[in-house]
Design a protein around this ligand. Sequence first.
Ligand code: IMO
Ligand code: MG
Length: 431
Amino acid sequence: MPITVLLGVQWGDEGKGRITDALAAEADIVARYNGGDNAGHSITVGQSVVRLHLVPSGIFHARCLNIIGNGTVVNPVNLLKEIAEIRAAGIEVSPARLRISRAAHVILPGHLALDAAREAQGGIGTTQRGIGPAYSDKAARVGIRAGAMDDPEAFAAMVRAHTERVNRVLTHEFDRPPLDVEAAAASYAEAAAQLRAYLDDTTHLLREALRAGKHVLAEGAQAALLDLDHGTYPFVTASSPTIGGVMTGLGVPPQAISRVVGVAKAFTTRVGGGPFVTELQGEMALRLRGTGANPWDEYGATTGRPRRVGWLDAVALRYAVWINGVTELALTKLDVLSGLPEINVCVAYRYKGRVLEDFPQDTAILKACEPIYETLPGWSEDIRGVRAWHALPANARAFVQRVAQLAGAPVRLLSTGPARDQMMWLEGVQS
Ligand code: IMO
Ligand code: MG
């Protein structure tokens, strides 16, 4: 069956971009099914690192058609900026290579302003890309769909009306200055005129492609623990990054999915607020985060914020593997653990004197959980760029094996460095 799904199984930033990049080499179509430009997928192209926010990672493979699905939210102005950056890296972007679903929702200037206003009153640490307000309007059935860009003038009128409505909220509820209605309408009309050629009924396009036996890679943004339903609510994003989001966000049947690749880091990171049971402070946190001197250090690709870091949480990982039906894991950043004398993995939680084996659905309970660690011996060898399983130190292999066992899914892909080829396919380190 022709759909491979790639999704994050932690709190985002697992290195999905580079794994999609590797899988896209075998795909005919790469499709984003959720989220918007809150995502930041870094891909190494030659000597430079390109950061994608909404455009699917297949854009770097000449044979791939890229789809921005109906489950996404699109900021037209930011999308044009992103397209310009991709072009600056020497990559062709045209409607022949990129399609936007007419049913995707548009992120409007008012959404950005509301996101910022709510965050200023003590929010959850969003990326301030207008994601929550855009999906709120979608659910309230007052959103604007991408298809409206077909008629830039009518679209401008909709943007004007929306901005006026938001201005009343901004000034009355938040005591903030109103947005410039005409400037908003004008910039969006101009963006629409440029983007209308990319609009398509992508559900039908995908159906025809699947019927013709084409291979589709569904690229998830964000991750399981940021899922609106399954994540650590309210410290989540507003879309469905988990498996159900593939069906609703692209309009494809579940039977078409044959492979679900869950991407996990060998440790854990999180940006923004919310509970994080295995979080570390001090020296060890600095050690895992990196200084920020390298593009792969743990600083947000979209916002530049330093990421919170901690040990691998196998309780959360097992939960994410189950709800997504993960058939194989891609484990990234194993090389970052090199040189540590010991490595901790959280195998259960302690909550009010009890031992919990399952990830609690109640965020208040999760917040009060303490990690129960299993300590594994580290390795001193630099494993950067090692590309054969047996060339890895025995303790590194034992670590990967233990992760597979605890997660309940085989590890099929291992990354050992930031460069495009510093990864290895495994037969499947079994759980
Ligand atoms: P990728 O695809 C990490 C987090 C934000 C915040 C919460 C809600 O690169 O893994 P939002 O702006 O979505 O309303 O913010 O979700 N968040 C991410 N964290 N990686 C991402 O994307 C994220 N997208 C959103 O930090 O805590
Ligand atoms: Mg990110």
